[in-house]
Structure formats: C-alpha cells, structure tokens
Design a binder for this molecule. Sequence first.
Ligand code: AMP
Length: 390
Amino acid sequence: MDHIITLNSGSSSLKFGLFAAGGADPILICSGEVERIGSPDARISATTTDGRVLADTSSEVLRDQASALDYILDLFERQFPSARVAAVGHRIVHGGPDNDQPILLTPDSLRMLEQLEPFAPLHQPYNLHGARAAMERFPEAKQVACFDTAFHRHHPWVNDTFALPTEYYDMGVRRYGFHGLSYDYISDHLAKTAPLIHGGRVVVAHLGNGASMCAMIGGRSVGSSMGFSAMDGLPMGTRCGQLDPGVVLYLMDQQGMNADEISDLLYRKSGLLGLSGMTNDMRTLEASDTPGARNAINYFTFRIRRELGALAAVLGGLDAVVFTGGIGENSTYIRDRICTDMGWLGVELDHDANADNGRVISTDLSRVKLMVIPTNEELVIARAAAANAA
Ligand code: AMP
C-alpha cells in the first residue's frame, strides 16, 4: 500500500508522521519527533495511533537531519515492512509572494525557495535542509512543499503592504501571514461540518507557542495578525508580537545591540517568557500566582481581544470565532478571559460549555458562534502529498 511521510524540520528538531494513502483522506499510522538533533542527549519518540510506543530513546546516532531521517526510515522499514513511501510532504515556512498552493520539489524549485531564506532565516534554511535530506533518502518518492504563507496569498493589497516606498514591496517586503496550514485545515473542516459558518465572516485564533489570528470570508484569508515575519501581531511563547520599529532603532543606536542580539531578544526571549520572567508555557503561567505570570496572561489576552476587534472591522462584522492551537484548544481560562465582556461584538460565552471543553462554547443567544476545533497541520500536508503521489 502507498504511504505518505510528513516532515516538519526545525533547527534542532524533526517532527514526522506516517500516513496510509489511498482512501478519501490519508490515515495517520504513526507520528513522532526527534528533538535536540546534534546534541549528546538527542532523543526520538514515535507512537502509533493505537498507542504502541515504537521509540522513546536517546541516541547519539541522531547527529543531523540526514541521520535522524535514516533512523526514522529504518524504524518504519522494521515496523511497517510492506509500506511503500510514494510521497513526502514538507512543511516549508515561506513560499514567497507567488506560491498559493503546494508545489513539487525539484532542483529548480529548491533553488527558488533558497532565495527566500533571508525572509525567514530562523526557519527556511532548516526546512530546506530537511527537504534535501529526504530527497536523498527517498529518491523515488514525490517531494511536496507545503507553505505556511500560501493560504494568505490572495488577501487584499491593503493587507499585503506596509506604508513604505513601493520598491520595498516589489523586493518582497510584504505582509505574508503565517500558520496557513492550520487555517487551511480549519477552513476545510468548517466547509465540511458548518458550511453556513464557512461561507460567513470568521476569525480563527491559532493560539499555541506560536500565535496568530486570521480573518476569513468564505473560507479565504482576508487579513492576518502576522506580517513580514512570524514575529508580528500577537505576543507568543518567546516572540514579542507587534512592536514599534522605533524600538529596534533605539536598541541598535542607543544600546549598541547588533542584528543577532536583537533577533535573539525578539524571537527567543520576549513574549510570555519575557513578560513573566519565568516560562513560555501557558499551563505553568496559569498555575502561577506571581505578578510576572499575571502580567504575561493580561498582555496576551488584551492583545487577542484588540486583534479580534480589528479583524471584525476588517470583515465588516463577525459570524464566528474559532479557537485552535495548544492554548486555544485546551485553555478554558484563556478563552474565558478573551470572551468576557465582548457582548458589544455579539459574543456571549457559555461558561459551562467552555469549562467542559465543548466544540461550541457560545450560548444559543450569542450572535457570534464560538467554536473550538483542534487543528491538524500534518493532515493538510499529507493530503497535499497524497494528491501529488507518484
Ligand atoms: P502548541 O504550540 O500549539 O503545541 O501549544 C503549546 C502551548 O499550549 C503551551 O503554552 C502549552 O502550555 C499550552 N497548553 C496546552 N494545553 C494546555 C492547557 N490545558 N491549558 C493551558 N495551556 C495549555
């Protein structure tokens, strides 16, 4: 039977999934992650959907993406000897201004995606590194690149530009928007399960360690809180979210910080971690009663409420809000904080349904439907890979 592998390669991690293709939708068989690649305590975990642990071990063999892939491949060959890998789907953060769909990876398209590395230096090089390793390991399989930017590519120009001289737009300085695979999944899910909502004005809040919000009409993106990089908009686990560019100038000119130091500050030391001085993990923050933890949660929810109002204005009204991502799917408290006193927008939370982690958490009288939908970015990648399978 044909199988699909999905890969999400980071700087020191590799998330993977194995799907059986052939049916209406690929079916997940096994998923896992290699963490801390290259360090002595590199670790692989892999579990089947029926709960069998295939690997949960440290191994020095996991020196780089290629050796991690070899390890995974050997594991698959031992555990699923009849599986034929027909396609590998890759999560690639940046597809540039032109790619609104997944594309096949070839030497030419890889070169085109390498040109985009300066736009996403903390992600794109590692994504492509993983893709190259997979192309070597599975030369017979189709390799399919799925972009986090693609879903937003048709949002209106006013949501695509900054107020800079137009030559900067032409050189690619645009509001790309990210988390597109997650929004794609939610849009498709709404089309299948709630077509009236899908056809309407919806804000999706993807709230995880990375966080953004997307305004959709008819299931298509018309605005996003994220812009040129995966740093704009909402505060995140360790990323600052929206920031006055004057702050960057001040850090350079007055504090003598260079680009690497500022990048480290804004990407890795800010957001929930920076504000709390403690952790980027929302569960830990919710359990803490320190002023730092309270401040981090206050700022996080304040910015989400502000963005919700802004995106409702972009949409000219609001029919539904969908919560997804680790925090959006699981945190009763954060959803409560976001939705409280939002009656002016037509939002009325059903506190019991919210506490029960229901799929619909608005009251029957709420003009705006509040929904919780677990996202599934891997399935979006697997679908695209299956559609292109050899
Ligand atoms: P993600 O990046 O989508 O995996 O989301 C990770 C974030 O979700 C972390 O900040 C977790 O603390 C948070 N999270 C997961 N489960 C819960 C929960 N039950 N309550 C609050 N936050 C949660």
